[in-house]
Design a protein. Sequence first.
Length: 163
Amino acid sequence: MLKKLFKKTPETIDYVAPLTGKATPLENVPDEVFSQKMMGDGLAIEPTDNQIVSPIDGEVVDVFKTKHAISFRAENGAELLIHMGLDTVQLDGKGFSISVENGQKVKKGDPLGTFDIDEVSKADYKTITPLILLNGEQFQLSEVIGEQDVRAGTDVLFKIVKK
């Protein structure tokens, strides 16, 4: 009990890849909302595998009804979004199987579900997945990796630092 009362909130956290694939700067996402960082700063992954894992220790805030996006709150208060594919809201959940729910506590690497990248591609949607820091007024990204292959649950994409 006392440990919880005096537990220090981390100022900086590591954000690990939620998908296996190729990391790319947000500016390369072919959607202005993401590439111009209208929603916030971040990175994107062009996935090569269907498995989605938690990128942080924290809580699932919202699994979108259409299952194409999940938002989180990290232990340090950073709010994050995984947006699987572009315009995939129009698929109304087809190609997505999410195994977590709102309010659920998660740890880095915990399975979140699957993103059927083949099915989404066949439906003529892009699978590139923006990873967004939603509350950039309170947090910033540091040590952001460049274009490279990343493994889900293992490779650190960036650090999230409290301002």
